[in-house]
Design a protein around this ligand. Structure first.
Ligand code: ATP
Length: 341
C-alpha cells in the first residue's frame, strides 16, 4: 500500500546541513496501524510530513497504491493528497469556525455541493462521537473533543491513509486512551490504513499492529509489535519496552532480590499470552525437583494479544535447576538468566 524507498531529507541551514531522514525504507500494508517511535530529534515529524509532501524529500521515493508521490506535479499532488488525511498534536483547527464548519472545510475545498456536504459532516460528527456539538467553537471543547474534530476533518474526503503526528501527546492519559480507541474503531470500520508517530510506547502497545523504531533518521528496528516486545534487539528499543513494562523500582527490587535470593537462579521470563507463564511454572514444578518463587511480574495488552514479563527464582539442586532452565528454554517462553541489575 505504502512503499518508501531510500527516503532522505537534508535540511540546509546557514550553519550546517542536517540529515533528518536518512535513506529510510519501509513498507506499510493496507488496513494496518503502523507506528513509528523514536526520541526527540530522531526524525519522526520530518518523516511523516514527507509522506504527504508537506516537506519535500531530498531524495528517495514514496509510493501510495502504486502511484509515485515523489514525482507528482503540484496539481496532481493536490488530488493525490485527498487520499491522505492528517491529524496533529495541537489539532490545527480553525478557531473562528464551528465544529461543523471545520469539518466541512476540506469538503468546500474539494468542491462538494452544500447538501452533500451537510450530510457528510453530520455523518462524521456521529462517527467521532461529537453528536450535538456541531455548533460549538473549538475554544468551547476539551482537548479530546478538539482531536475528534481533527479526526472528522481528516476523514472528510474518504482518505485511504490517516497520518497521525503525535496526535495524543497533548492529552491526559484517559483522553489519550479514548482517542486511541476511536482510531482503532475507524481503522476497523473503514479499513483505513493508519501511520502514526509517537514517543510513547503505550500508544504503540495499545493500537499498533507493527512498529518501526527510529534513531538518527534511520529505522533501526521494525516488526510486529508483540515480536518487538518479546525480542527487542536495539538498546533504544529496550528502553521503549521498559516504558511500558519497566517498574520504576525495578533496579532497587533487583538489588534486593539479588541480596535476598542467593540460592538457585533468578531468571526473567518473557511470554506472549495470558496463561503461558502459569502453565510453564506448574509444568516445571512437576517435572523437576525445584521450587519456583515468583518475585515480580507484569502483563500488558497489545493489539495482537497479551505480553508479559516475570521474574522468578528457581531453587533446588544445581543440576535440577540447570535442567529446569534448559527445559524452559525449549518452550515458547523467552528465558533470560541473571537479568541485568
Ligand atoms: N525546518 C528545519 N530546518 C532545519 N532542521 C530541521 C528542521 N526540521 C527539523 N530539523 C532537524 O531535523 C532533525 C529531526 O527533527 P524532527 O522534528 O523530524 O525529529 P522528531 O523525532 O520529530 O523530534 P520531536 O519529537 O522533538 O519533534 C532534528 O535534528 C531537527 O533539528
Amino acid at each position: 500500500m505504502i512503499s518508501i524507498k531510500d527516503l532522505t531529507k537534508v535540511f540546509k541551514t546557514k550553519d550546517q546541513d542536517v540529515l533528518a531522514v536518512d535513506k529510510l525504507n519501509l513498507s506499510i500494508d493496507k488496513g494496518e496501524i503502523y507506528g513509528v517511535i523514536g526520541y526527540s530529534g530522531a526524525g519522526k515529524s520530518t518523516f511523516i510530513r514527507l509522506l504527504n509532501r508537506l516537506e519535500e524529500p531530498t531524495s528517495g521515493e514514496i509510493e501510495l497504491n502504486d502511484q509515485n508521490l515523489t514525482g507528482l506535479s503540484k496539481s496532481k499532488l493536490r488530488v493525490a493528497r485527498q487520499e491522505i488525511g492528517m491529524i496533529f498534536q495541537h489539532f490545527n483547527l480553525l478557531w473562528s469556525r464551528t465544529v461543523f464548519d471545520n469539518i466541512a472545510f476540506p469538503l468546500e475545498i474539494a468542491g462538494v455541493p452544500k447538501q452533500k456536504r451537510e450530510s457528510r459532516v453530520n455523518e462524521l460528527i456521529d462517527l467521532v462521537g461529537l453528536s450535538g456539538r456541531g455548533k460549538s467553537y473549538p475554544s468551547q471543547l476539551s482537548g479530546g473533543q478538539k482531536q475528534r474534530v481533527g479526526i472528522a476533518r481528516a476523514l472528510a474526503n474518504n482518505p485511504k491513509v490517516l497520518l497521525c503526528d503525535e496526535a495524543t501527546s497533548a492529552l491526559d492519559p484517559e483522553t489519550t486512551d479514548s482517542i486511541l480507541d476511536l482510531l482503532v474503531d475507524i481503522n476497523e470500520k473503514l479499513g483505513l490504513t493508519i501511520v502514526l508517530i509517537t514517543h510513547e510506547m503505550h500508544v504503540i502497545r495499545k493500537i499498533c499492529h507493527r512498529v518501526a523504531v527510529m534513531e538518527s533518521g534511520k529505522v533501526v528496528e521494525s516488526g510486529d509489535v508483540l515480536d518487538v516486545f518479546l525480542h527487542p534487539k536495539e538498546k533504544v528499543t529496550k528502553r521503549f519496552v521498559d516504558q511500558v513494562m519497566g517498574d520504576p523500582d525495578r533496579e532497587n527490587s533487583l538489588d534486593v532480590i539479588n541480596e535476598n535470593y542467593r540460592a538457585g537462579e533468578v531468571i526473567q521470563l518473557h511470554f506472549v499470552g495470558e496463561n503461558t507463564n502459569q502453565a510453564l511454572i506448574s509444568d516445571v514444578s512437576r517435572r523437576f525437583a525445584v521450587n519456583v518463587n515468583i518475585l515480580h511480574g507484569k502483563i500488558t495488552q497489545t493489539q495482537k494479544g497479551a505480553y508479559g514479563t516475570m521474574l522468578v527464582q528457581i531453587d533446588g539442586e544445581e543440576t535440577e535447576v540447570k535442567q529446569a532452565i534448559a527445559y524452559m528454554k525449549t518452550t515458547s517462553v523467552e528465558v533470560e538468566v541473571s537479568p541485568d541489575v
